[in-house]
Design a protein around this ligand. Structure first.
Ligand code: SAM
Ligand code: SF4
Length: 499
């Protein structure tokens, strides 16, 4: 099939229409602007009530979110920031989950003005990884100690859903010997960041063993969306993208991830867009997004927009939007990526982020190949943090945080509304704590440098103490005994045990 014919076959109008209400989407421009303008001068007490509502682990209304974004008083911002961390601790404890991105292909039929992979960028060297190359990339990522990948693809017939499913299976098939102990290790969860698909294709991803399906709306502001995604491209269809994750639910993929590319349009509007998106998923499927992402534009090859956008988000506003999102939606994980610098990552982890990437390479084939300048130019955008996983884990340990490689939830069927229900009752966090300890033990034994291991042992001792002293575990003897058994087995060399 010709590429242009393939592009025309992607969108299924009936799989958009079925989600609309009276022909309208959940993004109502007028309503969002009204939310924003009605809440420009929020009263101090109103803000404190909102903070309290978030601390009670309740989702905020759009008006409440808009009010938070307009706070000017620095003292109130301190309260908001404190609350953001407390909410994270209540729902997710002091864990940070690690993953690595694996860029599979930069072939793309689209022309997003901010992206180095866009079709009209003739300077981009195009490449799609073979299954052998996928396996070698996986080996290189495993050698760092990762257990969780997010696979990233441009939109192109050569990287269609069958290719994606093959790459996912190829990743799961790889086993490797851990460098310190020589134990067998493998990737345990493969998430996907790829263009919107129809439900039939999404079912194929589900069969291949996809964890979370992630699609960023880029901008929720339709007028701007149309400007930066030319209308004659597949991505030019705003509604096809807006309902990508609704279709995922229809296809049985119930861990979905939303995000906006901050810097394309006004950040306050994008925060509102994310909130309305989460609310609509909750309304239509009874469960919100698994994670929320807030990538900021970074310079991309041959993209003026990526450096000159008038909506670039400064560091102060970025921190505000992260804290507001944490208060707005207490349950989803929040992801900060290596687009940010180490300093900024540290700051926003203190504002409630729960996941981050490490030892990241975003060039196609970049993990297995020597990193030359030419490789860097092949990347989709520039990154602000290329530190190794070991370095970042050590840093987290220094901040008193435990790094988790837990993938149990998805493999035990704790996904979608099951996991959300457990998060809401702060039960999932309990299992995660145990699984974090088990996977941290594995990492420290299999991969950690002596400095990281020394710090990590202190974190583990602190976690063990908390588990022993926690009334939930004291009351649940069965779980506790199982955990102790599993921990001992891991110390003796067993791997991939979870609760
Ligand atoms: N082609 C698929 C799509 O567009 O959904 C897959 C992913 S694209 C390779 C991953 C994400 O990178 C995009 O959704 C976008 O938000 C982000 N991105 C693109 N250009 C960027 C830039 N210059 N700076 C930061 N993030 C960028
Ligand atoms: Fe292609 Fe995705 Fe880049 Fe757009 S953001 S040009 S769709 S890879």
């Amino acid at each position: 099939m010709r590429v242009s014919d393939w592009s025309k076959s992607v969108i299924k109008q009936d799989q958009i229409d079925k989600f609309l209400v009276n022909g309208k989407s959940f993004i109502d421009d007028e309503k969002i602007f009204k939310n924003i303008s009605d809440n420009q001068n929020p009263d101090k007490q109103f803000i404190r009530d909102i903070i309290q509502k978030s601390l009670d682990i309740k989702t905020l209304s759009p008006d409440e979110v808009a009010a938070l974004m307009h706070v000017k008083d620095p003292e109130l911002w301190d309260e908001i920031n404190d609350a953001a961390l407390k909410i994270k601790q209540k729902v997710y404890d002091n864990r940070i989950v690690f993953f690595a991105p694996l860029y599979c292909s930069n072939l793309c039929v689209n022309n997003c003005l901010y992206c180095g992979f866009r079709n009209e960028n003739n300077k981009e060297v195009r490449r799609i990884l073979t299954m052998d190359e996928i396996r070698r990339e996986t080996e290189a990522v495993l050698d760092q100690g990762h257990k969780r990948l997010i696979m990233v693809y441009g939109e192109h017939p050569k990287s269609d859903v069958d290719y994606m499913a093959d790459t996912i299976r190829a990743v799961y098939d790889v086993t490797r010997k851990a460098p310190v102990t020589g134990r067998d290790v493998a990737i345990r969860r493969v998430n996907v960041n790829a263009a919107p698909m129809d439900t039939e294709k999404l079912r194929k991803l589900k069969e291949a063993g996809i964890g979370t399906y992630q699609v960023f709306q880029e901008t929720y502001h339709q007028e701007t969306y149309n400007k930066v995604h030319p209308i004659n491209t597949v991505k030019g269809n705003y509604l096809w993208r807006l309902y990508a994750l609704h279709r995922a639910f229809d296809a049985g993929v119930d861990d979905v991830a939303i995000g906006a590319l901050f810097g394309v349009y006004d950040w306050r509007y994008e925060v509102m867009g994310l909130v309305y998106h989460a609310l609509d998923l909750e309304r239509q499927f009874g469960v919100g997004p698994h994670t929320v992402s807030f990538p900021r534009l970074t310079p991309a090859l041959e993209s003026h927009l990526s450096t000159d956008s008038k909506y670039m988000v400064g560091d102060d506003d970025f921190k505000k939007l992260v804290a507001v999102l944490r208060l707005a939606m207490p349950y989803p994980g929040m992801i900060v990526t290596c687009r940010e610098t180490p300093e900024m990552k540290r700051e926003v982890i203190k504002l409630g982020c729960t996941q981050t990437d490490a030892s990241t390479k975003i060039g196609i084939g970049a993990y297995q190949e020597a990193e030359t300048l030419a490789d860097l130019e092949k990347a989709q955008f520039t990154i602000g943090d290329n530190r190794s996983l070991d370095t970042i884990i050590r840093e987290m340990a220094g901040m008193g945080m435990i790094s988790s490689f837990c993938t149990a939830g998805y493999r035990c069927g704790r996904t979608g509304d099951t996991i959300m229900g457990m998060l809401k009752h702060c039960v999932e966090g309990k299992y995660c704590k145990l699984n974090a300890v088990l996977t941290y033990r594995e990492y420290l034994d299999d991969y950690a440098s002596p400095e990281t291991k020394a710090l990590g042992e202190k974190v583990l001792a602190q976690e063990m103490g908390q588990i022993e002293g926690n009334s939930f575990f004291q009351k649940n003897n069965k779980i506790m005994n199982q955990f102790k058994l599993d921990y001992d087995r891991i110390c003796c060399g067993d791997r991939d045990i979870y609760i």
